[in-house]
Write a protein that binds this ligand. Structure first.
Ligand code: ZN
Ligand code: ZN
Length: 307
């Protein structure tokens, strides 16, 4: 059976707009989704990221979080007929406050997979409360329980096939141990890229303040050098046919350009996008509409491309 990627809607977050895209609408708030991803159709269900432990924890970063009844992790899994114990692997794009908060709801027989460097980074203090102590302590408990965790050194080993048609590779960029998850679907390779990309429109389609061709705008939240973040974005865009960021809706990519946006399922309905390069427009984007938030699906209009 072909693999599919289904997005789980785990927490909505309100935060400073320039945290998501560097220098965007400074002093203004923006709202963003937070997706986990389910990889279905293989031998066992695989979950990518587990959201935040509870909405109030976002206040440690001066942000506001909301988790509705429907967004509870158990309820999101139940929409696909699953319970936590059915999940064989949890893969972490990285271990931030909004990505690794509910690992303790899964039994120790569910193996949590992360880069060893990400675990080290989470206790380095470099990103403060973005790695809550509760999460790190749970990971240490798993570290001392047989089979409860799998640590990867992808920079040294190269990409690994974790399960048939599911490959993980080093991503870097956002955090020292960020990793991409590449899923082979009937429509092509899906790159689940975590926070390597925050905002498809303002970083890539019409990148704020960028003069160069195919030069993405960086986020306002990275622990690495800007060059590494740009490289990580370009790597994700060239890893397959789709990118799935954690805080924005997925996109189809061809030749490094975004060509359509999707909703919460890959394969699934698509809405076309015209991405024009600086050489084609002779313009640089200096302002971004702060008005509409990005919580709404890009494919909820009736004029859809695809299935
Ligand atoms: Zn993050
Ligand atoms: Zn995040």
């Amino acid at each position: 059976m072909a693999l599919e990627v289904k997005l789980l809607d785990l927490i909505d977050i309100e935060l400073e707009s320039s945290f998501l895209v560097l220098a965007r609408n400074m002093g203004q708030k923006a709202r963003a989704k937070t997706w986990g991803s389910l990889i279905l159709g293989g031998d066992d269900p695989i979950l990518v990221d587990t959201g935040a432990s509870h909405p109030e924890i976002m206040q440690r970063l001066g942000m506001t979080g909301w988790i509705s009844e429907e967004q509870q992790l158990e309820n999101q899994l139940a929409q696909h007929g699953l319970e936590p114990k059915d999940v064989r692997y949890i893969l972490h794009t990285h271990n931030h406050i909004d990505h690794a908060g509910q690992d303790n709801r899964f039994p120790m027989s569910t193996t949590v997979v992360m880069q060893r460097k990400e675990l080290e980074h989470s206790v380095s203090g470099l990103m403060g409360e973005q790695y809550p102590a509760e999460y790190v302590k749970h990971h240490v408990d798993r570290l001392h329980t047989p089979g409860a965790v799998r640590l990867l050194d992808l920079e040294l080993s190269g990409p690994i096939e974790l399960a048939p048609r599911v490959v993980v590779e080093h991503a870097g960029g956002h955090t020292e141990g960020s990793m991409n998850i590449l899923v082979e679907t009937a429509d092509g390779i899906v790159c689940i890229c975590g926070d390597v990309i925050y905002d498809v429109q303002d970083q890539i389609v019409a990148p704020l303040y960028q003069v160069g061709e195919f030069d993405p705008q960086v986020t306002g939240n990275h622990s690495m050098r800007k060059r590494e973040e740009k490289g990580a974005v370009v790597r994700a865009l060239n890893s397959g046919s789709f990118v799935v960021p954690s805080h924005d809706y997925p996109a189809r990519v061809a030749g490094g350009r975004i060509v359509s946006r999707l909703g919460t399922s890959i394969p699934g309905p698509e809405a076309p996008v015209e991405m024009r390069l600086p050489s084609e427009t002779a313009e640089v984007v200096h302002t971004v509409d702060a008005g509409p938030d990005r919580l709404g699906s890009p494919v909820e209009s009736p004029a859809l491309v695809g299935s």
